[in-house]
Design a protein around this ligand. Structure first.
Ligand code: NDP
Length: 446
């Protein structure tokens, strides 16, 4: 980073948030790509917009006590970071995973500001979650946890204030328990959460949206570079919500997905992943990916999820978690002929990995733009809730496809306009920032 003010801002931020490496990594990446904007529009620094941008408007941390099936009291920690509401109510998922801490939630909330702006819809940025691990818990334990979590969170959210959704560890079951408790506490049936079940205000195609949107975005990027999914060999990490529907759409677009993973290992299936089997194991039976190989002749299971990137492929779709592609993994992908990486997960590539993609001339679709289809469709769910109306699957899917196409062109256009043609990461940061930054300027110091 060359801009002296931004360098100093980064130093002050690091001094103030010493134990938050993921948050600092995310801010650094964004500020670096905004340097040309600061030259063209110095008022963003002069009027304090950049200083305000890196500080959450509000950060809530709370105790979540609940009783397990043996009668013991367990205590987890809950978070909600309401980062920026310049262009709409805070919007972003809840993550339930043992790795959750303030740094992870702040990194995700910060990224969400630009992602949400890029969708072109009126939504601000936020994120939340808990270090609770739903894995291995009974439905009754998950319910008691969710009810306790919402018993505090409900004071801070609302359909025009802050609208959480799912993320890692928070799917339809958890959203149901959370919504039920909100409704009971507030005596209000409203669009306060997205990712809801279809019988109580959910949107068709929300479940599919992040994975489908990732493929729509990637398809635009590939076509602009005379490539396509058709006939391509694809590796997808993860086997959760994003991974499953990325696999479905990639296959519909003519690709062959040969590997998927979970946090303990990966399966390689040279004949192409049997997605019905993955869906049954993961969505219905909540089993491990290793059970796939036991039920599918010709498939191999390997312990250790990171080695999935050693499988030769044309396109890599990381859809599990942050920093899952290291420099070494990126080098393996490049040397095995991979020509495109598109991020379904948030920040799955380390900065060193991204440098490898660039040096190797690979196409790179950054998470902020490529996985924005989930939150975009959440915003469509909010619209349907406000209208008390539901659109058909085709209508929502069609809107999603258009949003992802516009988003690709906006990111590519901003990169071009600021002298970095083809750099979608910089383009996404710039296009996402400009709308938020202009709104913040309009408000004055607030
Ligand atoms: P899920 O919980 O449905 O699935 C997550 C998948 O990733 C699981 O297969 C899980 O394996 C694996 N995983 C989780 N943590 C790790 C880890 N530390 N190491 C290796 N594998 C891991 O989550 P989603 O599919 O919803 O989310 C995946 C990513 O996509 C996240 O980065 C999320 O922030 C991002 N995202 C999700 C959106 C959505 O709409 N759901 C929207 C935009 C982004 P296991 O089951 O073993 O834990």
């Amino acid at each position: 980073m060359k801009n002296e003010y931004l360098q100093d801002l980064m130093l002050r931020l690091a001094a103030r948030n010493p134990a938050q490496p993921e948050f600092l990594q995310a801010v650094h990446e964004v500020l670096e790509s905004l340097e040309p904007v600061m030259e063209a529009r110095p008022e963003f620094i002069r009027e304090g917009v950049m200083d305000c941008l890196v500080e959450p408007e509000r950060s809530i941390r709370f105790r979540v006590p609940w009783v397990d099936d043996t009668g013991r009291v367990q205590v987890n920690r809950g978070f909600r970071v309401q980062f920026n509401s310049a262009i709409g109510p805070y919007k972003g998922g809840l993550r339930f995973h043992p790795s959750v801490n303030e740094s992870i939630i702040k990194f995700l909330g910060f990224e969400q500001i630009f992602k949400n702006s890029l969708t072109g819809l009126p939504i601000g940025g936020g994120k939340g979650g808990s270090d609770f691990d739903p894995k291995g818990k009974s439905d009754a334990e998950v319910m008691r946890f969710c009810q306790s979590f919402m018993s505090e969170l409900f004071k801070h959210i609302g359909p025009d204030t802050d609208v959480p959704a799912g993320d890692i560890g928070v799917g339809g079951r958890e959203i149901g328990y959370l919504f039920g408790q909100y409704k009971r506490l507030c005596n209000e049936f409203c669009g306060v959460l997205t990712g809801k079940g279809l019988s109580y205000g959910g949107s068709l195609a929300r479940k599919e949206a992040t994975g489908y949107g990732l493929c729509y975005f990637t398809d635009n990027m590939l076509r602009a570079n005379d490539r396509s999914f058709d006939g391509a060999k694809v590796v997808i990490s993860g086997s959760g919500n994003v991974a499953i529907y990325a696999c479905e759409k990639a296959a519909q677009l003519g690709a062959k997905v040969v590997a998927m993973s979970d946090s303990t290992g990966y399966v390689y299936d040279p004949a192409g992943i049997d997605l019905d089997l993955v869906k049954r194991l993961k969505e219905v039976e909540r089993r491990r990916i290793r059970d796939y190989a036991a039920q599918r002749p010709g498939a191999q299971y390997h312990e250790g999820c990171r080695d999935i990137w050693s499988i030769p492929c044309d396109i890599a779709l990381p859809c599990a978690t942050q920093n899952e592609i290291s420099e070494e993994s990126a080098k393996l992908l490049a040397s095995n002929g991979c020509f495109a990486v598109a991020e379904g997960a948030n920040m799955p590539s380390t900065p060193e990995a991204i440098a490898v993609y660039r040096a190797a001339g690979m196409l790179f679709a950054p998470a902020k733009a490529a996985n924005a289809g989930g939150v975009a469709t959440s915003a469509l769910e909010m619209s349907q809730n406000s209208m008390r109306y539901s659109w058909s699957f085709e209508e929502v899917d069609n809107r999603l496809r258009h949003i992802m196409t516009d988003l690709y062109h906006n990111a590519a256009g901003a990169a071009e306009a600021y002298g970095m043609p083809g750099d979608l990461a910089a383009g996404a940061n710039i296009a996402g920032f400009l709308k938020v930054g202009d709104a913040m300027l309009a408000y004055g110091v607030v």
